[in-house]
Ligand binder design. Structure first.
Ligand code: PXL
Length: 283
């Protein structure tokens, strides 16, 4: 554990309205006590999950010049965490960032949330070519944070809503074979009342089971991943970071379902104080 001030870069889109991607990652990572730098992969008027006619400005062409400027200024990071990426080409650019944007004397943590699918389906705009590109990006990461749908797509496994521990174990083995060293698999539940997070690290695994709230909310994958990375980069262990992030996410969903008009995202803001408290207890 350390109280060293760390600098993290997060690469994902700005959905101007919708409480996902950068509009949750930036406040959550900052609340976790990290200097947070951002690289927007695209700018959308809203996210793509339930709104229609949203605008989409692809920023792929800006990413390499931004990276090159940072390299010339000798700006390096302790961690790079990617979320929703706007094009296949962006996955290759992120791989270059993994090779060239670490601080010179300390290791760079490379974390990939392959944000591209949920509930058995790819998000609008993604296809099998993007899935293949994401497989290659995951291979160069230290930690990946897929949900069950994304894990199935990354490993060419048939998606199931009901499964047993053996199915999940095989899924993790196949994800490890892709090349990522640590796997944080979300939404792993064996009954209707509970769900949880499975953390696999070099052949060992640990499971955190928690209450399942029947109605999920949009953007909770981004909330979980941001809180997890924030906690882990602060020096909290993998499994403790998974617990902190899962408890924070459950709190966000509980708050949101009380508000019948709030269908497009999760109310995370009022939980930030508890998140800060949970991390402070561990560092
Ligand atoms: O929460 C994942 C996400 C991020 N960004 C955009 C999305 C989604 C999910 O639908 O549409 C633009």
């Amino acid at each position: 554990m350390s109280n060293e001030y760390k600098r993290v870069l997060t690469v994902q889109d700005i959905s101007c309205v919708g409480q996902c991607s950068l509009t949750v990652a930036l406040p959550i990572l900052s609340a976790c006590g990290l200097e947070t730098c951002v690289l927007p992969s695209a700018v959308l008027s809203t996210h793509t999950g339930g709104f229609s006619n949203y605008t989409f400005r692809d920023l792929t062409d800006d990413m390499e010049p931004i990276m090159n400027h940072w390299i010339s200024e000798k700006i390096g990071f302790d961690a790079i965490y990617t979320g929703y990426l706007g094009s296949e080409r962006q996955t290759d650019i992120v791989k270059k960032m993994f090779e060239s944007l670490g601080k010179p004397d300390t290791g760079l943590l490379k974390a990939v949330d392959p944000a591209m699918a949920d509930n058995g389906r790819l998000y609008p705009g993604f296809d099998s070519g993007f899935v293949d590109a994401m497989k290659r990006l995951c291979a160069s990461a230290d930690i990946i944070l897929p949900n069950i749908t994304e894990a199935c797509l990354l490993t060419d496994t048939g998606y199931r809503t009901e499964y047993d521990e053996d199915y999940v174990k095989k899924l993790c083995e196949k994800l490890s074979a892709l090349g990522a060293k640590k796997i944080v698999l979300t939404g792993v539940g064996y009954n209707n009342e509970t769900t949880g997070v499975l953390v696999c690290d070099d052949g060992t695994s640990d499971y955190y089971c928690h209450r399942k709230i029947s109605k999920g909310c949009h953007g909770t994958g981004d909330i979980f991943a941001s809180a997890f990375i924030g906690s882990y980069v602060r020096g909290v262990s993998l499994i403790e970071s998974a617990k902190i992030a899962a408890d924070f996410t459950v709190g966000c969903i509980e708050r949101t379902i009380k508000d019948k008009n709030h269908w497009y995202g999760a109310e995370f803001e009022q939980g930030l104080g508890d998140l800060i408290g949970a991390i402070s207890e561990k560092v």
